[in-house]
Design a protein around this ligand. Structure first.
Ligand SMILES: *Cc1c(COP(=O)(O)O)cnc(C)c1O
Length: 360
């Protein structure tokens, strides 16, 4: 079938015609010489938006986090981080590989937060036995979940009291801000800035919900960003006429921030459409991710379900726990098509259900 409802990730979006036009008309230069006007404008725009002195445009969120970790920490230092955070679990151990920086991972609470007592207990005293604890890294949103602003304030104040630097992996910071902005004023940018200002550095992705083809920015003090620029060069991330990409990111900041609430509404629509379906447990989504647990006999059927969906033009990821991400290239009709395809799988009576196998 021609129509594909791609719910694998919010990274699958294509640039819109408006974004393409912005890219095509972007003034360009060599950014390694600091000469690309579009890169410079983007860096100034995102730094000002989030209340930082400076920002650095990098090809990926992974490199942005790497630049942050290596700019805050020296060889033999450590950073406190959650088990499921991207900059611990999903980045090939880059901080350890490239920087000899040791992660100190902590378990998450069910809401995605790290317990303040766990953070405090993980901070090592100044003693030659221990790595030097230098940095607390948080992530918001984490698997689509929101960290409450009050929690972020407490955790980052604790870190500051203990002399740690604070980094936010805000790949989806604007999703968090869109979900938390007061419905009365809907000030998404103001909320993003309030969150960002709790940290010494913040990484944001333009290639996720914001819909740009590539690129992230690391924001921080002028001094931190100067160090990060050196790491970016070492990591091979200094690009030349990168303004082509920066222009897309800049367009996304102007046009795609306020619409993130629509993605969240589509996630709610998807979750509501799957409610009360036997074999399926749906978590109420907080932002643009819907997690669907397959339970009971259906637990063994994730592969069959994904294949059934792919045959109907619906793409998702997961095993036991399926993930559906909503984004810019999706509309209510696409979501309704996905709901119908999922329901059809569970409601078709002639499909044999394999016997339940206990894993214990
Ligand atoms: C996607 C993502 C990244 C990394 O971004 P890439 O551009 O894919 O390297 C970092 N952190 C979080 C939370 C992400 O979701």
């Amino acid at each position: 079938m021609a129509t594909v409802v791609d719910l694998r990730s919010d990274t699958v979006t294509r640039p819109t015609p408006g974004m393409m036009a912005a890219m095509a008309s972007a003034p360009l230069g060599d950014d390694v010489f600091g000469d690309d006007p579009s890169v410079n404008a983007l860096q100034e725009k995102i730094a000002a938006m989030l209340g930082f002195e400076a920002a650095l445009f990098v090809p990926t969120g992974t490199q942005s986090n790497l630049c942050a970790i290596l700019s805050h920490c020296q060889r033999g230092d450590e950073y406190i981080v959650g088990q499921m955070q991207h900059c611990y679990r999903w980045e090939g151990g880059g901080g350890a590989v490239f920087g000899s920086v040791q992660p100190q991972p902590l378990e998450h609470q069910p809401d995605g937060s790290l317990r303040l007592a766990d953070i405090e207990a993980a901070i090592k005293p100044d003693d030659p036995h221990f790595a030097r604890t230098r940095l607390l890294a948080l992530e918001n949103t984490l698997a689509g979940k929101l960290l409450p602003l009050a929690y972020i304030e407490q955790a980052t104040q604790l870190a500051q009291r203990k002399g740690l630097a604070r980094h936010l992996d805000g790949a989806r910071l604007f999703n968090a801000a869109a979900a938390q902005a007061a419905p009365s004023d809907g000030d998404v940018r103001g909320q993003a800035r309030r969150i960002a200002q709790c940290f010494d550095s913040v990484s944001v992705c333009f290639s996720k919900g914001l819909g740009a083809p590539a690129g992230s920015a690391l924001c921080g003090s002028r001094e931190l960003i100067a160090r990060a620029r050196r790491v970016r060069k070492m990591a091979g991330g200094a690009m030349r006429q990168a303004g082509l990409l920066a222009a897309a990111a800049s367009y996304a900041l102007d046009h795609h921030v306020d619409r993130l609430a629509q993605d969240h509404a589509l996630a709610q629509r998807l979750a509501a459409g799957l409610a009360n379906l036997p074999g399926v447990q749906v978590e109420t989504p907080q932002t643009n991710m819907v997690f669907v647990d397959l339970v009971g006999p259906a637990r063994e059927q994730s592969k069959a379900l994904l294949a059934h969906l792919a045959g109907r033009g619906v793409l998702a990821t997961g095993l036991y726990r399926l993930r559906f991400a909503t984004h810019l290239d999706l509309d209510a009709a696409g979501v309704d098509h996905a709901i119908a395809a999922i329901r059809q799988f569970f409601e078709t009576s002639d499909r044999p259900i394999p016997p339940f196998r206990s894993t214990t």
